[in-house]
Design a protein around this ligand. Structure first.
Ligand code: SF4
Length: 363
């Protein structure tokens, strides 16, 4: 599998938790200029290398581009015909015409930024949409024939209660969607929340409450027919994100656009986030993973998936016995954080909550 990630670094407003590469566009011309540079970068990929199983247009907010800009963007990739073709959409910038354009250009998956269904929580985290816009986008996309819809949700937001999560999941149970990415709020540097935190105006959610929420989310989503296949991802039927699985499987992907990352199986690249620098020369840095980095990424990304890692596969590929190289695994197994099932090492339910304690063994 090989993927293409395309970054659109513009948003209509900045959410208080977000540390992605993004800015509020001063005007439409600024986006036009960016798209010309994006095309330039894409054109540099030799034709022979343009075979992608997945294409993912993320941001930022790709759906805030107007129809003309979206057409220009989607024209660039019209010959790729990937198996899975995703675009990120924010409910407030979705329109029927954009949905039709997505369909016309072969987009077959939409990732919708919802985060919460509670108006007070949305205001608190700096989101501007209303639930009616979410419902409209989901219904309209299904009508258009794009039924592989994923929504992003967040838990452990200060002020969120178990009742808020239950309410969010009550609404989820009524939606025609196939996939959910459910993340806990992470306090990232260079965000509005982080500045509030430094001024003691932001208090992280209670850790026990966060664990209770996570357990409830897993159980409730299971009951609703969503199978968990990764720490934060749940699918109904056969709709696990092929693009994201590519990251967890250490498969190669090309990243284009400001701030985009790429990986060719050994070499990791990152583009400039800053637009003038990106325009001058997209690539900001590149390094070959050492054998140790490659091994630890393989194990950590692999264990994020519920099926875990195949022990004999790892031992054959890397030439060691897993439990001999990492004796601490015995301790983690005794603590009930990991288990071996069908020759796979995987996180237990308790391990899903405390994944970082497991991952640090491999660093
Ligand atoms: S969360 Fe999405 S919409 Fe909000 S600022 Fe970040 S990229 Fe933009």
């Amino acid at each position: 599998m090989k993927g293409l990630y395309v970054h659109i670094p513009f948003c209509e407003h900045i959410c208080f938790y977000c540390d992605f590469a993004k800015r509020v566009a001063k005007n439409r011309e600024m986006i036009d200029e960016y798209l010309v540079h994006l095309k330039k970068e894409f054109d540099q990929i030799p034709l022979i290398d343009r075979q992608f199983d997945t294409v993912y247009i993320g941001g930022g907010t790709p759906s805030m581009l107007d129809i003309k800009q979206l057409t220009y963007l989607l024209e660039l990739f019209k010959d790729l015909k990937p198996l899975e073709y995703t675009i990120e959409v924010n409910p407030e910038s979705y329109t029927h015409d954009k949905g039709m354009l997505f369909k016309q250009y072969g987009i077959n998956r939409v990732s919708l930024g919802v985060q919460s269904f509670e108006p007070e929580i949305l205001t608190y985290i700096g989101r501007k949409h209303h639930n009616t816009q979410v419902f409209y986008a989901i219904e309209d996309l299904n009508d258009i024939g794009i039924d592989n819809i994923s929504i992003d949700l967040i838990f452990a937001i200060p002020g969120q209660t178990m009742a808020s999560i239950q309410h969010d999941l009550d609404i989820v149970s009524t939606l025609a969607i196939k996939h959910i990415s459910y993340y806990s709020l992470i306090l990232e540097e260079k965000t509005v929340f982080y500045h509030q935190y430094l001024k003691k105006q932001f208090r992280k959610a209670d850790i026990d409450l966060e664990a209770d929420m996570y357990e409830y989310i897993i159980d409730r989503l299971n009951a609703l027919g969503f199978k968990q296949y990764e720490i934060s991802n749940f699918t109904k039927g056969n709709h696990a994100s092929k693009h994201n699985q590519l990251y967890w499987s250490m498969d190669p992907y090309v990243g284009i656009g400001a701030g985009a990352h790429g990986f060719d199986g050994k070499l990791r690249t990152q583009n400039h986030r800053n637009l003038p620098d990106y325009y001058e020369k997209p690539l900001a840095s590149a390094y070959h993973e050492t054998d140790q980095q490659y091994l630890s990424d393989t194990l950590i990304f692999g264990l994020r998936r519920l099926e875990g890692i195949r022990i004999d596969d790892i031992e054959t590929r890397f030439g060691f016995k897993l439990f001999e190289k990492y004796p601490k695994l015995i301790q983690l197994q005794a603590l009930g954080l990991i288990e071996i099932v069908d020759q796979h090492l995987r996180l237990t339910r308790k391990g899903l909550l405390l994944g970082n304690q497991v991952f640090e063994v491999f660093i």
